[in-house]
Design a protein around this ligand. Sequence first.
Ligand SMILES: [Zn+2]
Length: 297
Amino acid sequence: MSEHSRTAVASAPPAASLGGASTASADKRLPDVASAGFADRLYRLDGGHSLANDESVWTPGENVRRSIEFSSTCWLIKRANQWLLWDTGVPQSALNDPKGWSTLPKLIVYHLDKALTDQLAALGLKPADITYVAISHTHGDHIGNVRLFPSSTVLMQRAEYEWIGTPDGPNANVNELKALARTLLGTPKHLTLLDGDTDVFGDGSVTLISTPGHTPGSQSLLVHLKHAGFIILSGDVVHLEENFEKDTVPSLNTDKAASIASMDRVRRMMATYKAKLFINHDKAETDTLKLLPEFYD
Ligand SMILES: [Zn+2]
């Protein structure tokens, strides 16, 4: 994708104008297990944590009005002299605000203890050093800081970009999330819209995997490291390990059947690549993972 990624796309164009067939087909591939290239480092950044007052939104029919705490995680990948940031967390204007910040104020409140830019600075990085900002989907806890990276190329699925501009539907929570997404995303100066799986660096080291269902253009990320092997970063294809085991689909998801198919796809990829799955919002699991300045390599 290296040539196309530098193409600035100001707004969603018709499919044919985004580099045409070469973008749409040549990049749509999954890495070969035996010959995939390697990323050098994978860092976890703290993107905040949240408290929701009704777990049943994520586990319909169960855990009604039980509160639950979620983690929010961003990941930074180094490959040669390029950096890719996966998700951007909640807006860092919420830093240390005791009232917190919210995507859906009646349901959930997010707290942020560390600014994303400070965590990058700990590695000597400025926002302008980040080549790509890849976003799993457009919920506010994932795109809260996209605007801090005006010189980076934003990578997102075309289906996601188009969806947030569609008219409101029957689910008020979903409508609220879409409106917030339009505000937080704005119009990125360098935007590359993707049609399905995308090999970011063209060597199988970092691959965006289409996993729709939570939202129409949700994606996950497969990264290949020399020592740690293949790791899948979930996006919100699943929120908790237990939900992954039971195929539980949150009521906020836009497509239940697609959600189940995407979880199944991730399971099959875990088998094919002997991959570990890091679940973004599963706080119990996240707390066990390395945190910057530590890294996976
Ligand atoms: Zn989320």
